[in-house]
Design a protein around this ligand. Structure first.
Ligand SMILES: Nc1ncnc2c1ncn2[C@@H]1O[C@H](COP(=O)(O)OP(=O)(O)O)[C@@H](O)[C@H]1O
Ligand SMILES: [Mg+2]
Length: 247
């Protein structure tokens, strides 16, 4: 079977900055894979490479055996960007954001048909945002905003979901709702890749973990990822002294 996401020898540079160096990674279906790494370790760049939004310097990315840009345009991949990458003042409602997931289904006219409205309503219910559908996206809490983007991916029919720090700035209750939702989406057979700084929640969230520091330091069971020697490699020695990983 073709892997949902396969990365081979991926190197990405921004000018002089080496953001990813020889990353190889296969992300499986039906599981939640946690992506762990300190700021600047290349997590967002890896997501953008899987979306076909940054060009590899070397190596390759394939999404269900296809070019990542093509897979994105075909709606195979849902993306919940980092908060910093979104303009929250944009005058769109929650429903509008979720409807964007249907554009690929609507042809050039972009006229929503009953099936599109039904898919949007279903997705809003799934993420428990049906009550807030008409609110401007910026007037939601951090956790609700993230769920709106997950709903966009669901409405789109994405079988792969990429979530870039969906728990940053989100309260614990919202985080628990999101964890439950991601577990359900994985149980449906979707591929979930999610970056997080919350190591405490990792065992509840993820089936496996990838430790990233420009390259993959470790990929395997969560319990092994959380061993002190692996965390020391990923975050530096401070975590061993009981400090929080540098955010
Ligand atoms: N558009 C960009 N231009 C220049 N450097 C960038 C750009 N985006 C990211 N970088 C740099 O690439 C490295 C990896 O960044 P990023 O992928 O955002 O890491 P993370 O998401 O883990 O914080 C960092 O050194 C960052 O400063
Ligand atoms: Mg990032």
């Amino acid at each position: 079977m073709t892997a949902p996401v396969s990365v081979r020898g991926l190197t990405v540079r921004y000018g002089d900055v080496l953001a990813l160096d020889d990353v190889s990674l296969t992300v499986p279906a039906g599981r939640v894979t946690g992506l762990i790494g300190m700021n600047g370790s290349g997590k967002s760049t890896l997501f953008k490479a899987v979306m076909g939004l940054v060009r590899p310097d070397r190596g390759s990315v394939s999404v269900q055996g296809a070019d990542p840009g093509l897979a994105r345009r075909n709606g195979r991949v849902g993306y919940v960007p980092q908060s910093e990458d979104v303009d929250w003042s944009f005058p769109v409602s929650v429903r509008d954001v979720v409807m964007m997931g249907r554009y690929g289904h609507q042809g050039v006219t972009r006229r929503a048909r009953p099936a599109d409205h039904a898919a949007v309503d279903d997705a809003l219910r799934r993420v428990e945002l049906a009550d807030l559908a008409d609110r401007q996206i910026g007037r939601l809490s951090g956790g609700q905003r993230k769920r709106a983007f997950v709903a966009r991916g669901i409405a789109q029919g994405a079988s792969i979901m990429l979530l870039d720090e969906p728990f940053a700035g989100v309260d614990k209750r919202s985080e628990a709702t999101m964890v439950r939702l991601l577990r359900e989406l994985a149980d449906d057979g979707r591929t979930i890749l999610v970056s997080t700084h919350d190591l405490q929640a990792l065992p509840q969230l993820a089936d496996e973990a990838v430790l990233l520091l420009r390259t993959v330091l470790f990929h395997g069971p969560v319990a092994d990822a959380l061993r002190p020697e692996n965390l020391a490699l990923t975050f530096g020695l401070d975590v061993l002294a009981g400090g929080e990983p540098a955010a």
